[in-house]
Every structure is written in C-alpha cells, then in structure tokens.
Write a protein that binds this ligand. Structure first.
Ligand code: PRP
Length: 212
C-alpha cells in the first residue's frame, strides 16, 4: 500500500483528481464525510487529508510515502524529501508587496510581515538588507495598511487581494506550483509502486501541457 498525503482544500481535490485520472482512483476520498483516511486496496493506495502546510512533515517522517505540497511549503521548511514531479496545478508566486507608491528608505531597517519567515529572511539576506521580521498567520495584507510593516512577503495568485486593498507587487521571489514529493526510504523500498504512480502522473501532466 502506498500512503499518500493530500492537502486539504481545493488544491488537494484537484490533485486527487489527477491521481484518479492517472488510474489510482478511490472515489470515497471526495465524499463529504469527516473521515480522514480512504483506501483502495485493489489499486494499492491509501489517501489521507492533512493541513497543506503539514504535508511535507508527514512525508519527511514517513507517515506518508507520497504527498502533494506547494513549492512555498518546500522552500519554507526545506524538508528532507525527494521532489519527484511538478504537478502543474496550484500555480501562483511568492512576492514582495507594499502600499501603492511605497518608496523604500535604504537607511532604515525594513519591516517585513509574513507567514514565510525563512523565505523572507533568505531573500533579504541574499541582498544584505537588514530587516525586522513580523510573523503573522494570515491576512498578511493588513500589515502595511495598518502601518505594522513596510512590506509583505506573501503568495499572490490572481492579485485581487492586493488590488482590493490598494497594495501593489514590488517583485516576484519565485514561481509556485504543487509538487509530488516522496519520503526518501519509501522511494527505495516501494520504488516500483512509486515509479508507477510518478510515470502515470507525468504522462497526465505532459498531456495536459499539450492539450490545455
Ligand atoms: C492567500 C495569500 C493571499 C491570497 C492571494 O491567502 O495569503 O492573501 O491568497 O490570492 P489572490 O492573489 O488570488 O488574491 P489565503 O487564502 O491562503 O489565506 P491567508 O489569509 O490565511 O493567507
């Protein structure tokens, strides 16, 4: 049995649909129950729903053999896992944004609000910029509006949240999409099963790229 951690929510449902289209269906996964674990012994797969930011931990520690995690989570937590495939869904970007018209004063420490502490620290360390990091858990966009920070480092998907709050993107740090990740020892000991899943998903991703 291959244990697969799916990120709870819309992205996870999309990812599950990819597994199903690739031949690893388990229809109960999408049932509206409060159950967290679903299995299809015939296909040799067991799925479970976890908080998106926890997928990498389940996979790193071997509670899941495979998982789907956003590149943002992989960059932030730097888990000891293999990244097997870009699933081509959940596309967005990690960006710096500020109030429209914001001008940075290089003489002052930059106040940065974010959920992504490590990404923000690395980004500014690479340019030797001193920052004061303000860690928040959500609604990051409020910080510059209320004067809590100068800029934010956050995910931008459509840009609507920034626009509706009079904020503007300043720069993109890196593009994001969901990745298929594997536990390192599972990759060795369940290699045939995992390679089977990876190949089927890769074919699906390639086909979608050609016929979007
Ligand atoms: C994310 C992100 C932005 C928003 C961007 O928030 O933090 O707030 O989506 O999307 P947009 O560019 O399409 O407007 P999320 O919904 O994950 O909630 P959060 O406030 O908990 O971060």
């Amino acid at each position: 049995m291959v244990n697969i951690a799916l990120p709870k929510g819309r992205l996870g449902e999309k990812v599950y649909q990819m597994f199903a289209d690739a031949g690893y269906e388990c229809p109960a996964v999408l049932s509206n129950s409060r159950k967290l674990i679903f299995e299809n012994p015939e296909k040799g797969v067991r799925y479970f729903w976890v908080k998106p930011s926890d997928v990498a931990i389940y996979v790193e520690r071997g509670a899941a053999d495979l998982g789907a995690a956003g590149k943002d989570i992989i960059e932030e937590y730097d888990p000891d896992i293999y990244e097997l495939l870009d699933l081509g869904v959940g596309k967005c970007r990690m960006a710096v944004a500020a109030k429209k018209g914001f001008r940075e004063d290089p003489e002052r420490i930059l106040r940065v609000a974010t959920k992504f502490r490590s990404i923000a620290l690395d980004h500014y360390a690479a340019r030797s910029r001193d920052i004061d990091i303000i860690e928040l858990n959500g609604s990051i966009e409020l910080a510059p509006i209320l004067g809590l920070s100068d800029v934010i480092v956050d995910i931008v998907e459509t840009g609507t949240t920034l626009l509706e709050n009079d904020l503007a993107p300043i720069e993109t740090i890196f593009p994001i999409s969901a990745r298929l990740i594997s536990n390192k020892s599972s990759f060795k000991f369940k290699n045939a099963e995992i390679e089977g899943i990876r190949t089927a998903l890769r074919d699906l991703v390639n086909e979608r790229r050609l016929n979007p």
